[in-house]
Design a binder for this molecule. Sequence first.
Ligand code: BTN
Length: 243
Amino acid sequence: MGKNLVFMPECHSTNSYALELCQQSSLVPEGTVVITDNQTAGRGQRGNQWLTAPGKNFTFSILFKPSFLRMRDQFYLNVFTSLSIYDYLLEKGCSTIRIKWPNDIYIGSKKICGILIENVVTGDRFSNVIIGIGLNVNQDQFSVDTATSMQLELGRMFDLSSELEELLAFIEARYLKLRRDQLQAMMMEYLLLMYWRGERHVFSDSNGQFEGTITGLDESGRLKILTNSGENSFAMKEISYVE
Ligand code: BTN
């Protein structure tokens, strides 16, 4: 992982660039990392923008070719990536790290990392999967009070190039677990780390707001919420966390 490293001082979106590379050639090796110091049109989930201070944080994308993964196990791409960021942050000394389904990483009630997974499917197999990671490292001011960084949490600055090596090693280790089919074990860990799981909170769907408790995930990785009228499963675009 990262042996083929494409560094660009400035880039529109490392996910878009990595996708473009794959479209140009099928020979781009698995584990290729596209990284930039200044991402000018970063993309987030649900069509959102990803804004980040230049030179201070991680904005990179990794190319995977998980042809071994069954389509029905697609959610495990979220699982292994989220757990690898968790492993890294834990090792750095962060506490109260939670995974906000499907793949935001939180410290307490603040987001420290966002993940954007984009797939190219050929037939019934994944040919290319681009996993984009935006991790707040040395940024100490945010325009919203729901964001945090490693510096804010741990009170020190980090050298991005040596941290990248460490972070990639954690990602590789979890990817190898995925490849070795350790799906159930990783799912157990994911469930234990889920933000708001087992607590009563307010959510919203297309019918408005409602109260419920996250109980877990269904077999497709959809969020299961128990309300007064029973248990329902939601896909990512169908539900928002309110309070
Ligand atoms: C989210 O929380 O909505 C996901 C954010 C993902 C941001 C990363 S930064 C590197 C990569 N390139 C992008 O354009 N997006 C991802």
